[in-house]
Design a protein around this ligand. Structure first.
Ligand code: NAP
Ligand code: G4F
Length: 325
């Protein structure tokens, strides 16, 4: 009988961690989650997907190498997915050193833990389109130069290059997924799509009067997180490790996203959206647009969910949640 594969996921309680855990459980993996200690329960996403009791939790923190070594040992992981991060760009200006430690040095710690315990284990690094920042090409792909615009982008660039370096130095199967923005009903409320979806539902139900936003001219290449975790898994199933851009190849402004979300419940965004300096960033990433041709050709990956379906799904989920309270 073949042994079921074992996977270790850092950031399992986050949006991507929850969807990835669901995907791997469906494929028969034993799934281990790396869980930082918090004073409140952070497992709402795993509970909402109905998989909380199916994952094995190992306590630890990305700032603590010894806990990572114990987790890689204890899980006997064949595949390690490093999704844990301080992932909110805005916060990275308030906590730049923590962001550098968790997102940059943290990725290096996970790589070290894998190298020390079992360098045959395959490794995935959650890299980001935020590394392109001030874009150096109209459509960004794996060969586009990076120009990060936030402490978060700078920290993630370290994680990306550490991954490339461990692959080249030690022959490790270490891949970096350069993922463009991906959203879902499980997105944190501070990110703009979920903030808008939640506000649209609240306004529709008479619970909120206006929505205060920052730069609504910013444009992003937005996809559905459920589609994107499949690309992560596919990267680790290849004979060799590599880096891949994962994106939809379309870009939409925050303004147009608002129009769509409000129109979904029969409202006009102009009647509710107010611009507020408080949500502007010290340096902005004006536009992101990915070219996922390599992921399509080599992984056979393509997004399945359209932007319209994604926004409808998010608004409907928040309407359901708020109505059932
Ligand atoms: P998320 O919802 O913010 O989840 C982040 C996870 O990291 C949470 O489980 C969080 O746990 C955990 N974490 C934070 N600090 C930690 C620490 N010191 N030690 C251990 N775990 C820690 O993020 P996401 O949207 O799922 O994104 C997953 C990964 O992909 C992140 O690395 C993000 O930077 C990257 N990424 C995301 C996108 C996107 O559009 N979603 C695009 C490109 C790359 P707590 O909740 O307990 O803090
Ligand atoms: O939703 P956002 O906060 O996402 P952002 O900054 O693009 O970062 C996300 O995607 C990255 C991939 O490129 C990930 F690496 C990262 O972890 C995260 O998941 O903001 C999107 C855009 C920005 O231009 C922001 O300035 O929306 C603009 N925006 C305008 N008003 C706002 C708001 N963003 C937020 N969060 N809140 C606002 O009120």
């Amino acid at each position: 009988m073949t042994k079921n594969k074992s996977a270790l996921i850092t950031g399992i309680t986050g949006q991507d961690g929850a969807y990835l855990a669901q995907l791997l459980l469906g494929k028969g993996y034993q799934v281990h989650g790396f869980l930082p200690r918090r004073s409140t329960d952070t497992s709402w996403r795993l509970r909402e997907l109905g998989i909380l009791d199916d994952v094995h939790m190992i306590e630890g923190d990305l700032s603590d190498l010894s806990s990572l070594i114990r987790a890689v040992e204890g899980s006997r992981a064949d595949e390690v997915y490093n999704l844990g991060a301080q992932s909110f760009v805005g916060t990275s200006w308030q906590q730049p050193l923590l962001t550098a430690d968790v997102d940059g040095v943290g990725a290096l710690r996970v790589l070290e833990a894998v190298r020390i315990v079992n360098r045959e284990a395959r490794f995935y690094q959650a890299s980001t389109s935020e590394m392109f920042g001030l874009i150096q090409a109209e459509r960004q792909d794996e060969s586009t130069p990076f120009y990060p615009r936030s402490p978060y982008g700078v920290a993630k660039l370290m994680g990306h290059w550490a991954t490339v370096n461990y692959r080249e130095s030690y022959g490790m199967h270490a891949s970096s997924g350069i993922l463009f923005n991906h959203e879902s009903p499980l997105r944190g409320i501070e990110f703009v799509t979920r903030k808008v979806a939640h506000a649209v539902a609240s306004i529709k139900l008479g619970l909120q009067k206006e929505l205060r936003l920052g730069n609504i001219d910013a444009k992003r290449d937005w996809g559905f997180a459920g589609d994107y975790v499949e690309a992560m898994w596919l990267m680790l199933q290849q004979a060799g490790a590599d880096d891949y851009v994962v994106a939809t190849g379309k870009t939409v402004s925050v303004r147009d996203m608002c129009e769509l979300a409000f129109a979904h419940v029969g409202l006009k965004y102009q009647d509710y959206v107010v611009q507020d300096e408080k949500f502007m960033r010290p340096a902005e990433v004006d536009v992101l647009l990915g070219n996922p041709a390599k992921a399509k050709a080599k992984l056979g990956w393509a997004p399945r969910t359209t932007f319209e379906q994604l926004i409808a799904m998010m608004v409907d989920a928040d309407l359901r949640r708020l109505s059932s309270r």
